[in-house]
Ligand binder design. Structure first.
Ligand SMILES: [Zn+2]
Length: 422
């Protein structure tokens, strides 16, 4: 339960663990969730658990009672090896319970998950339920700051939001105005007046939608509006936006495009102002790798084999791993004779592997106790090597164009070396 140095890796691990824990259900109300805030005395928690152990004797179902009590004991044992100094510095969450292992009653195995959450959770909570209580942990993964983005001209507008690594497109609107002028004196002027009226009505609609969306976001930090020509100024300078949204206008940008392409262009224009937003960080990290590749500096590496080799030599400065990477290493072992086999598979193939192993025998001793004993995600495997040699680890989402390229063109594994290899 060490504190990982890479924030993106920690968040990734927590996200994956949450997915796993959400699947786990107990037969009775016997899964324990324990949230310990920073600074809490471990002895207080232990005393509390001792009381709960006693209270559990009132549980009617003997199986549930036994499972609750052994979960409590498992947690108490874990608490004994957690130093007070760790809790003085971090908050801690422990999930424990008897989890059925692909089978009916009687197949339960005691599982315990102690976690240092990526952001402190300062609540004290003990819950015993048929599922783990995950919401407080889930909330720590929500990126707090949100920025509004509007890319528009007289014919179309896109209302977007950037939060963490995620770009959300809330709304697309079109005006029906194409800006083409027809020739001809009197009717030309009348035609222009009609167009101006249409544009005005379009701005009203854009303003209403944008205001409604942005006012509904509790952590709304600011708004950027961009587009070709003077349209965006016409829009922001008049009262099309609710004053509370308008107050949060952080800037306008000249763009070559409107629509979705304009939205992407707007993000690259305002990058220096939102450089701490994860979306921008991820773009820049992959761009750095791509620049080394284009300039043939020899410092850009990719693919599992090459990256692993350089990692082990301690030559990697930054390791880039796509969050989409779904490969796991599986250890299959025989409980009877100790025979071991390793396999690399896709995450989604694990269930099928478990099923097929259920009817397979150990090739060495023919025992049927031949099953998956350990699984390790390739991301965690590589990240572990990286952290041991002091390489920086960045888990990159596929939300940006660059992140998608890391996944599609480089199979999700790339790195930048500290120096050009000789
Ligand atoms: Zn065997």
């Amino acid at each position: 339960m060490s504190k990982s140095k890479s924030k993106s890796l920690e968040r990734y691990k927590t996200r994956k663990l949450l997915e796993e824990l959400a699947e786990k259900k107990g037969y009775g109300t016997e899964l324990i969730s324990l949230y310990i805030p920073q600074g809490k005395q471990i002895s207080d928690v232990s005393n509390y658990l001792k009381q709960e152990y006693g209270t559990a004797t009132n549980i009617k179902s003997k199986t549930t009672q036994k499972n609750v009590q052994s979960a409590i004991v498992t947690i108490q044992q874990k608490l004994k090896i957690i130093p007070q100094s760790l809790i003085d510095e971090y908050s801690i969450v422990i999930f424990a319970g008897a989890i059925p292992q692909n089978g009916g009653p009687g197949t339960e195995r005691m599982e315990i998950y102690p976690i240092v959450p990526p952001e402190p959770i300062n609540i004290y909570m003990y819950r015993c339920a048929s599922e783990f209580v995950l919401d407080p942990l889930r909330e720590t993964l929500l990126e707090k700051d949100s920025y509004g983005l509007i890319a528009m001209d007289r014919s179309e507008a896109i209302i977007g939001e950037l939060r963490g690594s995620h770009l959300e497109i809330h709304h697309r609107l079109t005006s029906g105005v194409h800006g083409k002028h027809r020739a001809g004196g009197q009717s030309q002027r009348r035609y222009e007046r009609v167009i101006e009226q249409q544009v005005h009505e379009f701005f009203v609609r854009v303003g209403e939608y944008a205001s409604q969306i942005y006012l509904g976001i509790p952590d709304f930090k600011g708004l950027f509006v961009g587009g070709p020509g003077p349209t965006k100024e016409d829009f922001v300078n008049k009262d099309y936006l609710d004053y509370r949204v308008k107050e949060k206008l952080l800037g306008t940008s000249d763009l070559s495009y409107s629509g979705e392409q304009g939205l992407k262009e707007l993000i690259s224009k305002i990058e220096p102002k939102i450089s701490d937003v994860r979306y921008v960080e991820e773009k820049k990290l992959v761009q750095r790798f791509l620049r080394h590749l284009a300039k043939e500096t020899g410092r850009a590496i990719y693919g599992e084999k090459e990256v692993r080799e350089y990692l082990e030599q301690g030559a990697v400065a930054i390791l880039l791993l796509s969050e989409a990477l779904d490969i796991i290493r599986v250890t299959i072992s025989c409980e009877s004779c100790g025979h071991i086999r390793e396999k690399t598979i896709h995450e989604k193939e694990l269930a099928a592997l478990n099923d097929s192993l259920a009817s397979e025998e150990c090739p060495q001793c023919s025992s049927s106790l031949f099953s998956v004993s350990e699984t390790k995600k390739l991301i965690e495997d590589l990240a572990e090597i990286a952290e041991n040699v002091g390489a920086r680890v960045e888990v990159i989402s596929a939300e940006t164009e660059e992140g998608a390229e890391l996944w599609n063109a480089f199979k999700g594994i790339a790195g930048i070396l500290r120096y050009t290899p000789s």
